[in-house]
Design a protein around this ligand. Structure first.
Ligand SMILES: NS(=O)(=O)c1c(F)c(F)c(SCCc2ccc(C(=O)O)cc2)c(F)c1NC1CCCCCCC1
Ligand SMILES: [Zn+2]
Length: 255
């Protein structure tokens, strides 16, 4: 599925992609004091995330981010109204001197953000689900700098050099995708929003974990400095600014 971005200027997306001008857009700023505790929001439960090293996964630089294609055997089967199947995961980042998360919390931007994109098993596949209300569920976590190397992220970061040019892809051995998410999947914010890139469809059920993932300084530098959007230019700051809530409620699974 390729969406060639007809306009490079983010403020004109809604000319070519009307949904981008909608009232339920993403990302947003999460104001924790305005979020409402919802005791019915149970822990996120995933299955099939431990992909065998015998399986290979496609890693691609699509010029806008680095995407890891995921088999639909990875599922979310708890914490959401329906079962969702994995499609892909990708990242948003800034630069060494400037944070690049898409969502913010009480106005705080984080160095990076991982998005694990899933589609509802009520639909045949991603292409159909992406246009349907409730069609997508994205698990989002913030990436921060920590004191130690994150071994789970090494399974992915060691291959970025092979997809440094836009359009390049490579196959990497399967690994435990669960390790890319925070340890705690029971504390999260929940709201209804959209894709943060054209076509900006307002079909995404967002889960933003309260706990962050920690990468070493060197690992963050690899994420920030390896991926190029053309031969001479490193891809950085690939985030959309927070969009207005327009009255939407942000729920939290914890008090
Ligand atoms: N945060 S997000 O989930 O909205 C998101 C972004 F912010 C993204 F920036 C992206 S990448 C930009 C869209 C794109 C461009 C080129 C190609 C290609 O050449 O294959 C593919 C996609 C990106 F891929 C995604 N996720 C995709 C959205 C595009 C289409 C829906 C299918 C999976 C989710
Ligand atoms: Zn994203």
């Amino acid at each position: 599925m390729v969406f060639s971005l007809l306009v490079t200027d983010i403020t004109e997306w809604d000319k070519a992609y009307p949904a981008c001008g909608g009232r339920e857009q993403s990302p947003i700023n999460v104001d924790t004091w305005d979020s409402k505790f919802d005791p019915t929001l149970g822990p996120i439960q995933v299955s099939g995330y431990d992909v065998s090293p015998e399986e290979s996964l496609k890693l691609k630089n699509n010029g806008h981010t680095v995407v890891l294609q995921l088999p639909d055997s990875l599922q979310i089967n708890g914490g959401l109204a329906n079962t969702y199947r994995a499609a892909q995961l990708h990242f948003h980042w800034g630069s060494h001197s400037s944070p690049g998360s898409e969502h913010t919390v009480n106005g705080q931007k984080f160095p990076g953000e991982i998005h694990v994109v899933h589609y509802s098993s009520n639909f045949q596949g991603l292409e159909e689900a992406v246009t349907q209300p409730g069609g997508l569920a994205v698990l989002a976590a913030f990436i921060e700098e920590g004191p130690d190397e994150n071994e789970d992220y090494e399974h992915l970061l060691t291959h970025l050099e092979n997809v440094k040019e836009a359009g390049q892809s490579t196959e990497i051995p399967g690994f435990d995708i669960r390790g890319l998410l925070p340890h705690q999947l029971d504390r999260y914010y929940r709201y209804n929003g959209s894709l943060t890139t054209p076509p900006c469809y307002q079909t995404v059920n967002w889960t933003i974990f309260n706990q962050t993932v920690l990468l070493s300084e060197n690992q963050l530098a690899i994420l920030e400095d390896t991926i190029h959007h053309d031969h001479d230019h490193v891809l950085q700051m690939n985030f959309r600014e927070p969009q207005s809530l327009n009255g939407r409620l942000v729920l939290s699974s914890f008090d």
